[in-house]
Design a protein around this ligand. Structure first.
Ligand SMILES: [Zn+2]
Ligand SMILES: [Zn+2]
Length: 178
C-alpha cells in the first residue's frame, strides 16, 4: 500500500466510515446483501467474530462478519454436507468391493474416509481379515488369502499330475534326464 493512499484513508472520513461500521450500519449492509442470515450478537468490527443465525436451518454460529458479507454459508450445514458425501463414498466403495469380490465385507465400524486411509476387511469365504486402502483393494483382485489358496491348489494339482505322468511314462522321464 502506498504512503499516499494511507494518508488519503486517514483524511477521508467516508472511507473510515465504511471501514468501521456501526452495528446498525452492518445490519443494513447485511440486509442489502443477504436474506438468509441475520446477526444476533453485537457487531464490533469486520474481522471480529459475531454470532449469526442462518434462517433456513436455524443454526447459530460465530463467524467473522466480513466472511458473512462475502457469502459464507452455514458451517454446521457444511459439516453435515461433508458427512453426506462421505456416506456416499462409502456406498460407492461397498458397491465396487462387492463387484471385485462378493465375499469381502468391511469389518466392524470401518468407514471410508478417503482413498488412502486403511479399511479393515473381512472375507466371508475364508475368514481372512486384513487392512487395505480403498485404492489398493479396488485395483487388486479381492481376498489375497483366497487367491493364495487358489494358486497353491492349482500348483499342487499341476505338481501331482506331472509326478503321476512322469512316474508312469519312462519316455518322458528319460527325456527329462537328457
Ligand atoms: Zn446450518
Ligand atoms: Zn478369502
Amino acid at each position: 500500500m502506498s504512503k499516499q493512499r494511507l494518508t488519503h484513508e486517514h483524511r477521508c472520513p467516508q472511507y473510515r466510515g465504511t471501514n468501521r461500521k456501526s452495528h446498525a450500519e452492518f445490519v443494513e449492509d447485511l440486509k442489502s446483501k443477504r436474506d438468509d442470515v441475520i446477526i444476533i450478537s453485537k457487531y464490533v468490527k469486520a474481522l471480529e467474530k459475531a454470532k449469526f443465525r442462518f434462517l433456513k436451518c436455524g443454526h447459530e454460529c460465530d463467524i467473522t462478519p466480513a466472511h458473512i458479507l462475502s457469502g459464507r454459508g452455514c458451517p454446521e450445514c457444511g459439516r453435515s454436507r461433508r458427512g453426506e458425501s462421505q456416506r456416499l463414498s462409502m456406498e460407492i466403495f461397498l458397491e465396487r468391493l462387492h463387484k471385485i469380490d462378493s465375499n469381502l465385507v468391511v469389518k466392524g465400524d470401518g468407514i471410508y474416509i478417503n482413498n488412502h486411509t486403511l479399511m479393515p476387511l473381512h472375507c466371508n469365504a475364508c475368514g481372512y481379515e486384513y487392512k487395505i486402502s480403498p485404492h489398493d483393494v479396488l485395483s487388486k483382485r479381492g481376498c489375497p488369502n483366497c487367491h493364495r489358496a487358489c494358486t497353491s491348489f492349482l500348483e499342487q494339482f499341476i505338481y501331482h499330475t506331472f509326478t503321476h505322468i512322469l512316474n508312469k511314462s519312462k519316455v518322458i522321464s528319460r527325456e527329462k534326464t537328457l
